[in-house]
Design a protein around this ligand. Structure first.
Ligand code: NAP
Length: 354
């Protein structure tokens, strides 16, 4: 008779009722290694069942296994050794640190700890070596658990596209202009009267985050983080798209490589998740589209189940030499999917406290 015992690792989701929290619940529902055991949200939701507390905004139905779970509060003693955080920045700091202090592996989407000098900001295809910072984290903080972050939803797709170019040619300078989906602001997010028939050319702290996170991600780790030395400018805009951030990039590469070589560098790019065949890893982290009018959010955001960045319109730039467009799903690879991929890497590398 088949063994019906579920041996997957129990995990908790903090901020489980929000945009990113819902993605966690959806992506984890069919996960081979992790099982959603505990869901946590604000006072507004605690004491209710998840199905009752959550205004489910995703296209597929709420997973049955989550529907009846009670929503816990942040002071509840959790049993799960692995915790995913989708908390608002204002409340994340202390709660996330407590989870790590208590011996859990905390994988966070929040910006609060991303730039801390002993916290890895991790994209497994880009900077798996930054995991070494956990030794300093353990020493500095005396935690038996650990805290790892994933980048801002625009920075992650930008950096997935930059990494193969930085490795193949070296990057001197770049300018990026984003067109960011409304779901990036959570739910209900930007008021509809600000969004319909409009573009909002300001997202608080987004340009700063994109720039500093890009430098940390493309930099090294040598007992401390050594940021990359690239001149970069970012313009961030909110546009009336539901999901999927589009980014127009102009870039100066060393040696002004031919466009075919740039396209080949994107296509050939693979990292640790692909080598290890992690369950959430896209086969190709960067997918190149040759059509002259792609990528587009509606057509391309779900490429590789939303885990790939899609590049197109690779062409000459009279200002910086090369330009292209990159697009990616902001709540999948840009948030929940990124955290889950980090946790999968940790499991296979034997770094989880289980
Ligand atoms: P959201 O839709 O506003 O959800 C926020 C979640 O946090 C809800 O579960 C909410 O619970 C809970 N919460 C709100 N106020 C709280 C408080 N005072 N104490 C405890 N819990 C509270 O936000 P989101 O878009 O999912 O974003 C969550 C985090 O992920 C943010 O830090 C954001 O910057 C980051 N992030 C978002 C994206 C994206 O594309 N949306 C991408 C990358 C990173 P209730 O429902 O009970 O109020």
């Amino acid at each position: 008779m088949a063994n019906l015992k579920d041996e997957r690792i129990p995990v908790a989701v903090l901020g489980a009722t929000g945009s990113v929290g819902q993605r966690f619940v959806q992506l984890l529902a069919r996960h081979p290694w992790f099982r959603v055991a505990e869901l946590v949200a604000s006072d507004r939701s605690t004491g209710k069942r998840y199905g009752e507390a959550t205004d489910w905004r995703l296209d597929a139905s709420m997973p049955d296994e989550a529907r009846d779970l009670p929503v816990r509060d942040y002071d509840a003693q959790l049993d799960s050794p692995v915790v995913f955080s989708a908390l608002p920045g204002e409340v994340a700091g202390e709660i996330e640190q407590r989870m790590a202090r208590e011996g859990r592996a905390l994988f966070s989407n929040t910006s609060t700890h991303r730039m801390d000098p002993d916290v890895p900001l991790l994209i497994p295809e880009v900077n798996p070596g930054h995991v070494a910072a956990l030794e300093t984290q353990r020493r500095n903080r005396g935690w038996s658990g650990l805290l790892v972050t994933n980048p801002n939803c625009s920075a992650i797709h930008l950096v997935l596209a930059l990494k193969p170019l930085h490795d193949a040619f070296g990057i001197d300078a770049l300018a990026v202009t984003t067109m960011q989906a409304v779901s990036g602001a959570g739910y209900p997010g930007v008021p509809s009267l600000d969004m319909i028939d409009n573009v909002v050319p300001f997202i608080p702290t987004e340009e700063e985050k994109m720039t500093e996170e890009t430098m940390k991600l493309l930099g090294g780790y040598d007992g401390g983080f050594v940021p990359a030395a690239i001149t970069m400018t970012a313009h961030c805009n909110r546009v009336p798209v539901r999901d999927g951030h589009t980014e127009c990039v102009s870039i100066r590469l060393h040696g002004e490589p031919p466009l075919d070589d740039v396209a080949e560098a994107f296509r050939a790019f693979r990292g640790r998740p692909q080598e290890l065949d992690l369950p959430s890893a896209p086969k190709q982290p960067v997918v190149v589209r040759d059509e002259r009018n792609r990528p587009q959010p509606v057509l391309d955001r779900d490429t590789e189940q939303g885990m790939a960045s899609v590049v197109g319109r690779i062409r000459p730039c009279p200002l910086l030499g090369t330009k292209f467009v990159v697009l990616g799903h902001n709540t999948i690879r840009g948030a929940a999917g990124a955290s889950i991929l980090n946790a999968e890497l940790f499991k296979l590398e034997g770094l989880l406290p289980v």
